[in-house]
Design a protein around this ligand. Structure first.
Ligand SMILES: [Zn+2]
Length: 540
């Protein structure tokens, strides 16, 4: 049989390195970039510009191939990149995401249990057809060798000519190109393999320049003012850090579906802020930013690791601080305080965060700050975030392949996660209300970032912030305190009504928390404390 013969042949093709690199660059561009072509075409000023752009990209890929693909490792590198391309392409096409350093960081810092949830057999099909098959062709191709000197000269010449042609094309249309590049920066995050190479280089650069040295103290003048009416009462602040909950689907914000129904009985004790912007579009950025003194404008995730945060300040003035985790880690924030991970299996529902909390807090009443870090609405496996009994909205999407579900099923399953979060908050309120003889009790709920649910074909989160859809940026934020606590902390409830719809952001959390914790320091900015305008107290 002829096919037997083909398989037995050592090589199917014999080509020069020049031809190999040329064909490889063209294949990479064509096989993994239909998504990029579509996006590029949509924003191209003309068909000519689009064609010229593709030619430039092809020439640059060819130049890169001439730098990277050297014998004897040329085929190994070529195959490795094909395999990576196929997997990256699968994620990009399935969730319509782009790849930049934040997305890569997301991927690297995701824990194994989360990664397992994202696994789908379709990824194997992509790897087989777009990874293994072309790799076999590469494997069965003989790259002819020449003398080293001749090889180097030819490659250098190819690279120089490629760059000259690209430079010529760019300069001939300089104004249009410069404007295009300026207006369409995120486009490069869709171009395989440029996007993940760029992300790796950015991360390595950041790692190399990472700030080392001792921890920077942010509020060394901080001290506790027990400004409440009954100063002997202990102060308890529970911060529930939400995950991937977006403002748009938060019932208390006026969403047409009453996803926060379990909180309705407590409406009179809740300050719900309707217009709140997240610091970032991913946990990696938002979480440390929420607890940092510096606001979004000055926040640097890598410097933040070496700076104290809200938890350190609270601990320094005498609070007992506890971080309870049901998420994939605290991104360094909880490094210097007591932590607990009650979940001992691969996936627990968020109700585990409430378990035995009141008993624990009552066993030795002290001023306390507790953070409950939820798994919230983390996708794409939204259906794993809540127990069967909490499935309110049906039909709900029951797969991680969101592209296989209808819009209605995705919104339903997502709304179930929000409803379940509201249910857990309601349970927490009931549990902590019982402590009000001993404690002032304040619960602050704020989500880290939002989510895209398929609007314009975009799913999940971690889009570059400047270009992120509102769904990923706007988050729910509410504060609950019973009347006794509000009175004791001198908060005028009626006054607060006029502040609930004002624009706020994650920048407000640090200072609002200092206010309810009663921490005085020169770095406190009263204008960023959302309760300050309605607090009848000299000091706060
Ligand atoms: Zn998150």
């Amino acid at each position: 049989m002829r096919s037997d013969n083909i398989l037995k042949q050592k090589y199917w093709f014999s080509v020069s390195p020049f031809v190999f690199n040329l064909v490889y660059a063209a294949a990479v561009l064509l096989m993994y970039n239909p998504l990029f072509f579509r996006k590029f075409y949509e924003v191209s000023p003309s068909g000519m510009f689009f064609a010229g752009g593709l030619l430039c990209i092809f020439l640059l890929l060819n130049a890169a191939a001439n730098i990277l693909l050297f014998r004897p490792i040329a085929k190994f590198v070529a195959i490795l990149l094909l395999m990576i391309n196929s997997v990256v392409y699968y994620f990009m096409i399935t969730y319509n995401i782009s790849i930049d350093k934040v997305m890569l960081l997301n991927l690297l810092e995701t824990d194994w249990n989360e990664a397992k949830e994202t696994f789908s057999y379709s990824i194997l099909a992509y790897a087989a057809f777009l990874g293994v098959l072309p790799s076999i062709v590469v494997y069965k191709t003989e790259i002819l060798s020449r003398s080293a000197v001749s090889e180097l000269c030819r490659r250098a010449l190819t690279i120089v000519i490629s760059l000259l042609v690209v430079a010529g094309l760019v300069f001939a249309n300089f104004k249009t190109t410069a404007q295009f590049m300026r207006n369409n920066k995120p486009l490069k995050y869709s171009l395989i393999p440029v996007n993940y190479f760029g992300a790796v280089v950015s991360l390595v650069k950041i790692k190399l320049t990472e700030v080392k040295g001792p921890l920077e103290v942010v509020a060394d003048d901080a001290f506790l003012i027990r400004y409440w009416e009954n100063p002997n009462k202990k102060n308890l602040v529970v911060m529930v850090v939400g995950e991937t909950a977006r403002a748009q689907n938060w019932g208390l914000n006026g969403y047409e579906v009453d996803t926060t129904a379990p909180l309705n009985p407590y409406k009179n004790e809740i300050f719900n802020f309707t217009d709140v912007k997240a610091c970032g579009t991913s946990t990696e950025i938002s979480l440390p930013c929420m607890f940092a003194l510096e606001g979004q404008h000055d926040f640097n995730r890598w410097k933040a690791k070496r700076r104290e945060n809200l938890l350190d300040v609270a601990k320094a003035v005498g609070y007992e601080v506890l971080w309870r985790n049901n998420n994939s880690g605290c991104k360094g924030i909880c490094a210097r305080v007591e932590t607990e991970t009650p979940c001992q299996t691969s996936n627990c529902y968020d109700d585990i965060l409430n378990e035995n909390l009141a008993e624990r807090l009552m066993s030795s009443p002290r001023d306390r700050l507790v953070v409950l870090h939820q798994k919230g609405s983390h996708g794409p496996t939204y259906y794993l975030r809540y127990p069967k009994s909490a499935e309110i909205y049906k039909p709900a999407c029951k797969t991680e392949r969101l592209d296989k579900c209808s819009d209605e099923e995705i919104v339903n399953v997502y709304n179930n996660t929000i409803h379940y979060t509201a249910q857990n908050l309601a349970n927490l309120i009931e549990q902590l209300r019982a402590l009000s003889d001993v404690y002032n009790v304040t619960i602050i709920y704020m989500s880290d970032h939002g989510e895209s649910l398929g609007e314009n074909g975009i799913y999940l989160h971690a889009a570059p912030y400047r270009f992120a859809p509102e769904g990923q940026v706007k988050v729910p934020f509410m504060i609950w305190m019973d009347n006794q606590t509000a009175e004791n902390l001198k908060i005028d409830r009626a006054c607060m009504m006029q502040y609930l719809n004002r624009p706020y952001s994650h920048d407000n959390l640090f200072h609002t928390a200092l206010g309810v914790l009663g921490i005085s320091t020169a770095v406190y900015k009263p204008e960023l404390d959302v309760l300050e305008a309605c607090r009848n107290s000299e000091k706060f």
